[in-house]
Write a protein that binds this ligand. Structure first.
Ligand code: UT7
Length: 330
């Protein structure tokens, strides 16, 4: 297949088997099923087994995406892993572990870090390689084991997140459509609002950093909420206009699955009916970089995406940063 355009040829997902309900979290922190459902929309989330990691989950999702695309791992030219929780801190990248486990012997591999927006960044990066004609087949996966960086004593964060992975195979095509437009943004002055202080070059692991619980995610929930309610509808609108479209043209919006109140707010601002906005956070919570590709995969499985449909995806997260893409299904 030749041509300088890009299509999503395969989608896949992996969610760990273990379900953790809100009731279970009631035994860990001072919270309630009622509060969590009302304030977030989340009923349960998945938790990775001890032997599961970001790369093992990404491999499972990637295998499904490759099968749907009808490709072998050796057909891949590049592997991009979007994650904030790589198996190891940069050495090696999760991408290389995925490449080895898949047997993708011809592929280069690297990780993209942009908090919960990492998959959006990875998708846009991968699509550029294909659109320029430089590469034919690119795997982009979002995978995060948030349960390993969550402070299970902090009710402000532990109720929100879950583990999972999603993947897409991007392929060169002659067909029109594909990535119609994108918006990538960052406002680094918001960095302290969503941060894991320890473990990086600024605060290497020490007895003190462990005692200070600095290797867990810290979040100013209300501030991040405010940011998200602006950036989700704002960036979707910007990307939609860049594509020469209006929100009424969007067949389906796949927003980052962080909080149902953020999603509902965006839906109202964009004047979209509920059936045109995908929601699965009730079952998985916020799976960070996996949120968008898992939702995309489920939307496809549910028959909610058809040929020529215009699908808008939008995520936000640590940085603070955001990524939106308008994709014409081809
Ligand atoms: O991928 C990006 C990740 N982050 C996000 O998307 C998070 C965005 N933020 C949010 O989703 C919301 O801000 C939260 C769900 C985190 C919090 O909801 P909120 O409605 O903004 O609550 P709040 O922080 O304003 O707190 C309201 C009350 C407080 O009690 P007081 O001070 O009014 O007595 C909190 O202590 O709710 C309390 N609270 C809880 N109560 C029961 C906070 N967390 C909990 C909890 N269970 N888990």
């Amino acid at each position: 297949m030749t041509g300088a355009n890009v299509r999503i040829a395969g989608v896949g997902k992996y969610l760990p088997e273990r379900v953790m309900t809100n009731h279970e979290i009631e035994s860990l922190v001072d919270t309630s099923d009622e509060w969590i459902k009302k304030r977030t929309g989340i009923a349960e989330r998945r938790i990775a087994a001890p032997d599961e990691t970001t790369s093992t989950m990404a491999v499972a999702a990637a295998r499904d995406a490759l099968a749907m695309a009808g490709l072998a791992p050796t057909d891949l030219d590049l592997i991009v892993i979007a994650t904030g929780t790589p198996d190891h801190l940069g050495f090696p990248a999760a991408g290389s572990l995925v490449q080895e486990a898949l047997g993708a012997t011809r592929a280069g591999a690297f990780d993209v870090g942009a908090g919960c927006a990492a998959f959006g960044y990875g998708l846009v990066v991968g699509a550029q390689f294909v659109k320029t004609g430089a590469l034919k087949n690119v795997l982009v996966a979002g995978s995060d084991v948030m349960s390993r960086i969550i402070d299970w004593r902090d009710r402000g964060t532990c109720v929100l997140f879950g583990d999972g992975a999603g993947a897409v195979v991007l392929q060169q095509t002659d067909r029109p459509g594909g990535l119609r437009s994108f918006v990538l943004g960052s406002d680094g002055c918001g960095a302290p609002k969503l941060i894991m202080p320890g473990g990086g070059s600024k605060m290497p692991a020490s007895h003190e950093s462990v005692e200070a619980r600095a290797h867990f995610l810290k979040m100013e929930g209300a501030n991040v909420f405010r940011f998200a309610t602006n950036v989700i509808p704002g960036s979707i609108l910007e990307a939609t206009e860049k594509a020469g479209l209006t929100p009424a043209d969007l067949s389906l919006v796949i927003p980052h699955q962080a909080n149902i109140r953020i999603i509902d707010h965006a839906r109202e601002k964009l004047r979209l009916p509920p059936e045109r906005v995908f929601v699965n956070l009730d079952r998985y919570g916020n799976t960070s970089a996996a949120s968008i590709p898992v939702a995309l995969c489920e939307a496809f499985e549910q028959g909610r995406i058809h040929e020529r449909d215009i699908v808008a995806m939008c995520a936000f997260g640590a940085g603070l940063c955001w990524a939106a893409a308008v994709w014409e299904w081809n």
